[in-house]
Design a protein around this ligand. Structure first.
Ligand SMILES: Cc1ncc(COP(=O)(O)O)c(C=O)c1O
Length: 409
């Protein structure tokens, strides 16, 4: 008789994890108010404007600019920084495609760099080694909610005259040395897509403390307009990246839950750290002591198949899912994506940059590969469960380890 759920046994998880997204009467009411107001777009509205102010204040930032999604947030930021053809931007190889594609959107070259083996965030030494006279910015991704080494990266950026951009798509409410992420560099970008830590289905945000940058980015996001000027005057490159009033209204309510939900995710994740690290072959994402709060878009742990009778990662993932533990696919390395392998990315670059040899694409990225092919990602809604839920996750891992031989062959 099988024990493991994948081969016919009963699942380790006995009660369902909390459903996502959370919503209640407050979202319903907020949407009805927008409906009845007949102001459904941002320009004359108050909901998105207030959301910008509230979200920025939550992250101790002076300004917030709400945009259509997290990819557009990066595009607006890079355009506002004046990055374009002939420039280079340092980007981690381990991230969602948007971090690199936003750089290509501007015509600049994303220079890919490996990540730290423990936190899976940009390796600061490798980032510094990748700086050239063409480098204009570094984009740090706070992987799974864990901040990149913001002190080192800021120091490197300042030393080389570069802009530090924080891609906080995973890290709403995360903190580094007790301070919210997003303003350690010139700006931070966020996503409110369905899977993120707060959501309106889609949406994005840019935060900053820099007045001149805010003016430029706000203009890019609104067709190149400038404050207090005629509606049909357009001063710089811009497009329509505005967030609707529907989304602004829903996100204002979602923000009210963020603090409590972040505390819960952080607490449950520390319980998982202590329990999972006792299992041979399982190594949770390292928590840097400067990371005083991790928003935890995902709970990431490394899986060493040699402690599980050689069972491959894909099979372990299937076995965990069968036990009732959700999985979110880990990102593949950016340098392995078709757009980089087939040379299509060159079509976005200046003629000179397109003709150049991009040797970084041939270098090994061992820590990204390890993150991409040997980790398990538990999506954030599971971390909103209770302690019993965390114990059931751990029980599932132990059960698979004890019965790993059932999965061989
Ligand atoms: C690290 C990172 N950056 C940027 C984005 C882009 O956000 P969006 O999906 O809202 O465009 C994502 C989305 O998954 C992401 O994970």
């Amino acid at each position: 008789m099988s024990t493991l759920a994948l081969t016919g046994g009963s699942p380790a998880k006995t009660k369902p994890f909390p459903a996502w997204p959370h919503h209640d009467e407050r979202e319903r009411q907020a949407l009805i108010e927008v409906l009845d107001s007949r102001i459904w777009w941002r320009t004359p509205g108050t909901q998105t404007l207030k959301f910008e102010q509230e979200f920025a204040a939550f992250h101790q930032a002076k300004h917030g600019i709400a945009v259509t999604n997290g990819t557009h947030a990066l595009e607006v930021v890079l355009a506002a920084l004046g990055i374009g053809p002939g420039d280079e931007v340092i980007v981690p190889d381990y991230t969602f495609v948007a971090t690199a594609s936003a750089v290509l959107f501007t015509g600049a070259l994303p220079v890919l760099v490996d990540v730290d083996p423990g936190t899976y965030c940009l390796d600061a030494d490798l980032a510094e080694a990748a700086v050239t006279p063409r480098t204009k910015a570094i984009i740090a991704v706070h992987m799974g909610g864990h901040p990149a080494d913001l002190d080192r990266l800021k120091q490197i950026a300042d030393q080389h005259g570069l802009k530090l951009v924080e891609d906080c798509a995973h890290a709403h409410a995360s903190q580094w040395r007790g301070r919210p992420i997003g303003t350690f560099g010139i700006t931070g970008t966020f996503s409110f897509q369905q899977s993120k830590l707060m959501t309106a289905g889609e949406g994005g945000m840019i935060i900053t403390n820099d007045d001149a940058f805010e003016r430029q980015a706000r203009s890019v996001h609104d067709c190149g307009r400038m404050p207090n000027e005629w509606f049909y005057s357009h001063f710089i490159y811009g497009s329509n990246y505005r967030l609707s009033e529907w989304q602004g209204a829903v996100l204002r309510v979602q923000l009210q839950r963020l603090d409590e939900q972040t505390q819960r995710r952080h607490r449950n994740a520390r319980l998982l750290d202590s329990l999972l690290s006792q299992i041979e072959g399982i190594t949770p994402q390292r928590l840097d002591e400067q990371c005083t709060r991790n928003g935890h878009y995902a709970y990431i742990f490394h899986y060493d198949r040699s402690a599980f009778a050689g069972v491959p990662t894909e099979t372990f993932i299937k076995a965990m899912q069968a036990e009732g533990i959700p999985n979110q696919a880990a990102y593949p390395p950016i340098h392995k994506l078709d757009v980089f392998q087939n040379g299509e990315y060159r079509k976005r670059l200046s003629a000179q940059a397109a003709a150049a040899d991009h040797a970084f694409l041939r270098q090994p990225f061992p820590n990204t590969e390890r993150g991409a092919w040997e980790t398990y990602w538990i999506p954030q809604p599971a971390l909103l469960g209770d302690e019993a839920d965390m114990h059931e996750i751990v029980a599932a891992v132990r059960k698979i380890q004890q019965n790993a031989k059932e999965l061989r062959g």
